[in-house]
Structure formats: structure tokens, C-alpha cells
Design a binder for this molecule. Sequence first.
Ligand code: PEP
Length: 248
Amino acid sequence: MRMPLIAGNWKMNGSLALVEEFGRAFADISLPVNVEVALMVPFPFLEAAGRALGETSVTVGAQTLSDRPSGAFTGEVSAAMLRECGARLVLVGHSERRTLFGEDDAAVLARVRAALAEELTPVLCVGETLEEREAERTEAVVLGQVEAVFDALDEAERARLVVAYEPVWAIGTGRTASPEQAQAVHAAIRGCLARYDQTLADGMRLLYGGSMKADNAAELLAQSDIDGGLVGGASLKVDDFLAICQSA
Ligand code: PEP
């Protein structure tokens, strides 16, 4: 059985006041016990989020990390620092990092390794652009991004990842992949993982991301290979995010 994971990605949004609001709201309700909930907040809010959500089952995570352990890398944040500030998960290879900050597959792999070295769970984000989908290259692109990381890891390391499929054309656009489109890519990713090891494929949590909202979450999450969601915009409102968690 794969425990569903709903992870909110605040991106460069939110405030300490919003952290407190989430802390109060989540303390007052009982989250479904069979769902893991995480909030990936901006670096400066990590410690406050850990405190505010400390009495709840919500896990705190970060949105990126340096590939280096320490040193003269002004502005960078290491995996050990994230861990010390309470992060337990970290997004790696989000499409905004790939396109806006030039992170290629090698950079993504280096960050996955850095996260694993500090016992953080890397949430590896993969996804195709609209152009690639229209050229019928979705599987080639997505599986290529998966293999660029999984080929380089050993068996024990692979099992520690979570994979998020996020079609780039659906992120922040209000345009969601249909449940069938998302399921097809998730099944292809699981098939790709089975080529490494069937147990790995059976146990790997595959999240869908791309304009997931309270009103479309249930049918996406009902697909057999969708084990949760990576939620951007809708994770900034307590009620919307809670509704998605409750659909899982
Ligand atoms: C994301 O940032 O990972 C994301 C899926 O954003 P949104 O839900 O806003 O499309």
C-alpha cells in the first residue's frame, strides 16, 4: 500500500502570518490518518512552519537546495541547513527551477544526491512542455528525466524518492491534465521504474501536479497510479488545501 502524499508548494508566496494561519487551522481539524500532508515553504519560513505545525501531522519541506554541502556559494542553502531548520522533504527539478534557473538533468541529480546525503526525501519533479506533448514526445521526455536520476542511484537510494509528474503546460495555468492523460503518464513512469525493480515500482509514490484544485482533486487522485498531489496555487488557501487533503 502506498501512503498518499499531498504536498503544497508555496513557491515564492506566503508570509509568516499565513504560516500561523495554517498552523491554527490544521491544529483544529483532524487530517485523514492515511494521508501524509506536507507544506513546502520558502526557506525563511521553515522554522516557523515547523513550530506552527508542530502539533499536527503535517511535514515541512523546502523547494530547492544547493548541490554543495557548504562553502563560498553566496545565497545558496545546503541540505544540512534545511534539515536543521526542520525540513524533511525537498522538491528537486521543479519545472520553474529547470526553465528559469537553468537546472538540467545533471544539476537535478546532484541535488537529489545532496538531499539523500542528509536524509531528506527528494521529490523529483518531471514533466513535458506543451510543445513536447504536441510533438508526441511526452513519454520520451518524462522517462528521460526519470532515468537521468534513477540510472545514477543504487537500489536503496532509489527507494527513498518520491516522483511528481507535473506537465509544464498545466502548472499555474488553470489547465489540468485530464485524469486519463495523467494516469497514462503515471503508468508509464511506474512501468519505467519496474525496469529497475518491480518492488521499487510498486512502492514508489507518484504525485500529480498542475492546477490541482478542490474540485478536480478527487478524480485525479482516484486514478490507480496517482498517489497524491503537488499543489501550487491551491495550497495558499487553507480551505482549498484542506479540501484537497480530504479528497486523498
Ligand atoms: C506547482 O507549483 O508544483 C504546481 C503544480 O502549481 P499549480 O498547482 O499552481 O499549477
